[in-house]
Design a protein around this ligand. Sequence first.
Ligand code: BTN
Length: 265
Amino acid sequence: MTDKIDIEEYLKTNFIGKNIEYFHSIPSTNIKAKEIAYSKEEGTIVIAEEQTQGKGRIGRNWASPKGKGIWVSIILKPNMNPDKVPKMTLIGAAAISKALKNMGIKSYIKWPNDIIIGGKKVCGILTEMNYKRDMISYVIMGIGMNVNLDEDDFNDELKDKATSLKITTGTEIDRSKLLASILNYFENLYIPFEEKDDLSETIKISREQSILINREVRIIKGNEEKTGKVLDIDNEGKLVIRYEDDKIEKVFSGEISIRGIKGYV
Ligand code: BTN
């Protein structure tokens, strides 16, 4: 299914995805979204069929072959302090997980920005922002979802760690329906957060779908690496970890890996 992504008939939102900037091939939808963020309304999305320099987190590349994935960036302009932005990634993860569930696909959220199926990564989120004097100018939420990629689309390094919906379900998935569904759920979770700082539904979904809660993990923060057990995701969206010395810490961000499990997670 390499048809062009066309979400209009499935979209039920008020502003998310109402304005679409569509490209066949660009370096990165996040880069493009940053270029146009000031001149476009909130909720504008940038879609590309192919990215030639897709960006992953911590400077990694994101493989984005033509017509096979959802490579999208959402332009957001919440009127809030920049320190709230890390929570927004969790809204994206919760919306994606809900949309997959609605299609009968069970997925897990690896707090705060990855979606996992069968122990492998199927989707990642890269949230970037720009702010001035304690006010957000814009937030770009980039979502990369491996939808109809085949085994051959992953290089040797990625094969153990990444998968696609097509590989895990055995069928091609309609990218337009899935993207519209993600955006529909996203708006429903984003509005209460933007208007009332209410993250309750997002947290509920993040807990229910979490792959980390009750697992022994390794957390890397800067140069430091520690091991502990994940107890919960708190009401602020922080990960609650009990370290081996019994100290409990709530972390806002960090690279987490599950101990004793090979491959990606
Ligand atoms: C990660 O490392 O897990 C985050 C991956 C984010 C990839 C998406 S694809 C659409 C958007 N544009 C980019 O260049 N990156 C994000």
